[in-house]
Design a protein around this ligand. Sequence first.
Ligand code: MN
Length: 355
Amino acid sequence: MTSLVNSADSHVLEPVDLWQRELPPSMRDRGPVTETTDGREIVYVDGTVVRRDPVAFMEAIRPPGAHDPVARLTDLDGQGIWAELIFPSRALWVHLSGDPALQAACCQVYNDWLYDEVMSRSPRLIGAAMLPVLDTADAVRELERNVRRGFQTVFLPTATPEGREYNREDWQPLWAAAAEAGISLSFHIGTGMDPVVYRGPGGAITNHVVSFYGAQTTLCHLVASGVLEAHPDLYVSFVESGGSWLPAVMERMDEAQRQYGTFFLRPRLPMLPSEYVRRQVHVSFQHGRAALAVADITGLDALLWGSDYPHLEGTYPNTQAVLADIFDGVPDEIRTAITGGNFARLFAVPDPAAA
Ligand code: MN
């Protein structure tokens, strides 16, 4: 039996010429530009190479549904997925630009396209509005612009430029704006950085593992600097991070707070770090049962499942087989919370029965 689920992690493929078409003339060729030579797809942002991938690999993660919303809905139906949270593809590299105005403009172009060409096709397609990270006022402006037209969450990278770490006070207006608007923050792992950290033997596996370290650091910044204390209704998701690491970080933060006692701690939080995590943090995973094993520590509410469609790290085109494997013998109420119910409390999802 297939079961209808919601996915907290998916990606849409923007048109190759989107930014050249839509950016102001002065910036036209400085947004993401793609060139294919010698079997490699090379992406430039502001004239700098940010990605160099084998064309065969890129083709493997581009089914028609990656860029065509009608085909996308067919793929969702085929995979037994009802609603999904959508992140970018080509736009992911915009955060590597060092120019605040260019970042802000590229985010606007992406969000406008996402709204007009993807989200307008179905309320099952829930887009995360991408925010620039170099200037907080720009980020607040883009958040508010997209909240006004119904976006339910914003996408931020897990790696930040030097001096823009998420514990910095400069970010406070953004956290306040998100809390005020009542929308959540979605941090997608492996972003804001070059995902090829290591080369040589074992590089692919090592890079896949270290791609989620940014989620751990970002979580610590938000909890330990008091962001979640200041905004008790602000929900934070770590997307594609997996879930089984969460108790380790909860325990380690609690240990620091308890053992340092009167030393070093600034600010002093009235609750244990793990209590903020249980109250406000969500993590999404694709494969494996390890996330289920930690639910008594993280709380069942913390766990989300995501397909990561259409990436190789995800479950497409075998979603139902993967889910059957993960949830074999698991009580129904746990399965339905992780694969749909927790998602539906974070986001407004259309009623499948009414469709
Ligand atoms: Mn993903």
